[in-house]
Design a protein around this ligand. Sequence first.
Ligand code: UN1
Length: 496
Amino acid sequence: MSKVLNYINGEWLEGSLKKFVPVVNPANGKVLAEVTQSSDKDVHQAVQAAKNAQKRWRLVPAPERAEILYKVAHLLKERKEVIAQILTSEMGKVIDEGRGEVQEAIDMAYYMAGEGRRLFGQTIPSELRDKFAMSVRVPVGVVGIITPWNFPIAIASWKSLPALVSGNAVVWKPATETPMTAQEFVKIYEEAGLPKGLINLVNGSGSVVGTAMVEHPAIDLISFTGSNEVGKVINGRAGELLKRTSLEMGGKNAITVLEDADLDLAVEGILWGAFGTAGQRCTATSRVIVHQEVKEELEKKLIHRIQTLKLGDGLDETVKIGPVINQAALERIDGYVKIGQKEGAKLLTGGIIVTEKSLDKGNFYAPTIFTDVTPEMRIAKEEIFGPVISILPVKNLEEAIEVNNSVEFGLSSAIYTVDVNKAYTAIRDLDTGIVYINAGTTGAEIHLPFGGTKGTGNGHRDSGVAALDVYTEWKAVYVDYSGKLQRAQIDNYEST
Ligand code: UN1
């Protein structure tokens, strides 16, 4: 049985709990490997290594740091297929999406390598003569990153690459479900020649390893993607410790379909947004807000097309919907379907755990559509994180926007319309960090800011140039070359 270990100070080590947890393929229940479990001791060791390595790394010119990131990009590209296969085996998403996810990490590596020659600051005129003013970006120090299983390499790339190019060192706790993908990514950092101590992998539970990271005084920033429940705990404690946090959490994303929309196009966007990754994206479409005039027609088309989506092992190229991550997820999703039925929503299709012979060893849930859902129902408000959508009828664009914005999350939203005035009104008024016109709610590109408003986050963005604001501090610099004392705000104003 292959073993996934920690990577601390350039060495592959067993965690100090001397315990291993199985890594299970969600498509068939087979054990793929086992992963070591760590305690606060391992976290401490990793942080010490990171702290020491960062002292030198911050002095390496950013373009030189970026050379390593270019190598990371090349290696990821070379190993795209191998990593995609591993990712699909341990996480379940269909292989095409596995490849797409590795591509997202490749894109991010090239993009952040390019930042090594930018990392722009500003020059700003001073209010005094013979004085020069500028701002520069400096690293935060040691960054703790905590990543989820649904995008095991893309999200880790969004966080580790900008952190490293900016001159930080990283301590990374990947999700327990997807340590093999994490191991592949770290191996690539190692092969690319990243000096030891700059990336440290610590496997283990959130309650032990995650907590130790939040508590550790030498971790300066926690960058977390995961549930709101955990994010709130991290933020609460980090707040007391005055530790920086960047949090990316839930979504309850909606596609609005107006009466003038191309319905066939909207159907494709809905199916891809809702059932891609079996609905387990924070950007997944989980509500469809439809103009009442086209509701029935849209429903018919959806029910017709949903029959063509083949469920199964994501490694089979013909499969369109893979399994959900584990048994607990299956039960949670089914629990929400029961809640929806109790609340009086009408189940159009799905609503069952798949038990047919070839799939009964995996965690498969039938793609599910509820209609006649109202905004007050729990299935319209809470994140389900599975292949379930709720259709909510509305009378006009104004009501659609109100319904879209009525949830506690604000990650992604989409609208299908051919009316340019309505499209721009939606761009202005949809209260989410990401807005799509005539495309579904998923598919963010790495060179744009990724993140959300309200309960989705805490105002930061992953990816894009905005990510640099998370991993750097601004330093304001004043150079006085006048040779005399110049008092700002005083000597440049006449005394009255
Ligand atoms: C996530 O679900 O946490 O926009 C990330 C998308 C992907 C990233 C999703 N590029 O759906």
